[in-house]
Ligand binder design. Structure first.
Ligand code: PEP
Length: 253
């Protein structure tokens, strides 16, 4: 049985006091939802504060980006060991990083390997654009992203991954995929691609989150599908009431 995993991607939102306030409010509910995995991914500036607040609560902490090299002249970047000092999770290959910051399946692969080498759990984001979707290329694009981003990993490493299927056209638009369509991609495309790389048993154990306009009113519909193992939540993770409602739906499902 795969546990449900709900993670909040705060993107470039919240100052340190704002982040402290939100985490304090979230903990009132999230702390007790120990039947699911739950995590927040605030901006890097809030990670040290968040790490302290979340210590011993069962709520995980993730960063939104890091570089793959261990150290050196890479102005503005965070090394895997620096992230691992504070976090358990690292979001890799989010479509916004692919779109605005040149991330590719190749750099995703380097980051995933670096994350695993430092004991971080990568949340690897994949998903097709609107044009690719409309051209009927979703399966092709998503399988290519899985194969490229996760190339050369062992089954033991594969077992430590979390995947987030996030159709780009659904992110921040209010136009979520239907639960049935998302589940079909998870079940018929993503998990089989993972099975090709790591074997069926490992693939069956990997959590595959859905992301893209998940809200309190549609969350349960996703979480009751066979192959949707939680959500990566953007906009609705910025308010305590909406994120806790989504986490509660995961706990109930
Ligand atoms: C995201 O950015 O990962 C995301 C899913 O955003 P939203 O929930 O706002 O669509």
């Amino acid at each position: 049985m795969r546990r449900k995993f709900v993670a909040g991607n705060w993107k470039m939102n919240k100052t340190i006091p704002e982040a402290r306030q939100l985490i304090t409010e979230l903990l009132l509910t999230l702390k007790s939802l120990d039947g699911i995995d739950r995590a927040v991914c605030p901006p890097s500036t809030s990670l040290p504060m968040a790490a302290k607040l979340l210590q011993g609560t069962g709520v995980g902490l993730g960063a939104q980006n890091m570089y793959w090299e261990d150290s050196g002249a890479f102005t503005g970047e965070l090394a895997p060991a620096m992230v691992a000092e504070l976090c358990e999770y690292i979001i890799v290959g989010h479509s916004e990083r692919r779109q605005y910051f040149g991330e590719t399946d190749g750099t995703v692969n380097l980051k995933v390997k670096a994350a695993l080498a430092h004991g971080l759990t990568p949340i690897v984001c994949i998903g097709e654009s609107l044009e690719e979707n409309q051209a009927g290329k979703t399966a092709e694009v998503v399988s290519r992203q899985v194969r490229g981003g996760l190339a050369d990993l062992t089954p033991e490493q594969g077992a430590k991954l979390v995947i987030a299927y996030e159709p780009i056209w659904a992110i921040g638009t209010g136009l979520a995929a239907t639960a049935e369509d998302a589940n079909a991609i998870h079940r018929d495309v993503v998990r089989p691609a993972l099975a090709e790389l790591f074997g069926e048993q490992v693939a069956q154990g990997i959590q595959i989150q859905y992301g893209g306009s998940v809200k309190p009113d549609n969350a349960l519909g996703f979480f009751t599908q066979s192959d949707i193992d939680g959500a990566l939540v953007g906009g609705a993770s910025l308010k305590a009431d909406s994120f806790t409602a989504i986490a509660k739906a995961a706990a109930e499902s």
